[in-house]
Design a protein around this ligand. Structure first.
Ligand code: HEC
Length: 117
């Protein structure tokens, strides 16, 4: 059998496309194959990032106050102040610069507003 180069290329493309689709499908909130690197983080991604990076000290409702963390429901900081604080950290609160991207940090800064009374 003669190897058909076009056919081989076609199959490789198909494999590459299905791999991309599989990656795109890993987050149920995202449409398959519709997640360019610049896409804003989804609500689910922001919530997961908060759970992983913040709930340890602040709790899922912002009121845990572990490791001397203040009650976020009583916070009076503006969005910009929160973005700066989350980015650079303060005291024992660890900085997220280089760990979370700017869009996710901003998303979390807005997300925690729901903890306020
Ligand atoms: C290791 C524990 C710890 C973790 C993890 C942590 N924080 Fe904090 N957080 C603190 C402490 C302690 C302070 C008080 C800092 C100070 O004023 O010295 C604080 C302060 C804050 C404040 C300011 C509240 C106010 O009005 O004074 C906000 C907002 C905040 N944290 C949000 C977050 C977010 C969002 C995350 C996740 C990205 C996070 N924190 C992760 C311990 C933590």
């Amino acid at each position: 059998m003669v190897l058909n180069k076009q056919r081989v290329a076609g199959i490789s493309l198909l494999i590459a496309a299905s791999l991309l689709l599989a990656i795109g499908c890993s987050d149920p909130n995202e449409a398959p194959g519709n997640t360019p690197a610049t896409a804003p983080p989804s609500d689910g991604q922001i919530q997961r990032a908060y759970t992983m990076k913040c709930s340890l000290c602040h709790g899922t409702d912002g009121r845990l106050m572990a490791s001397k963390a203040p009650d976020l429901s009583l916070s009076k900081l503006s969005v910009e102040e929160r973005v700066a604080l989350i980015t650079y950290g303060k005291g024992t609160m660890p900085p997220q610069k280089g760990i979370l991207d700017d869009a996710t940090i901003r998303g979390i800064a807005k997300y925690i507003e729901q903890f306020r009374d």
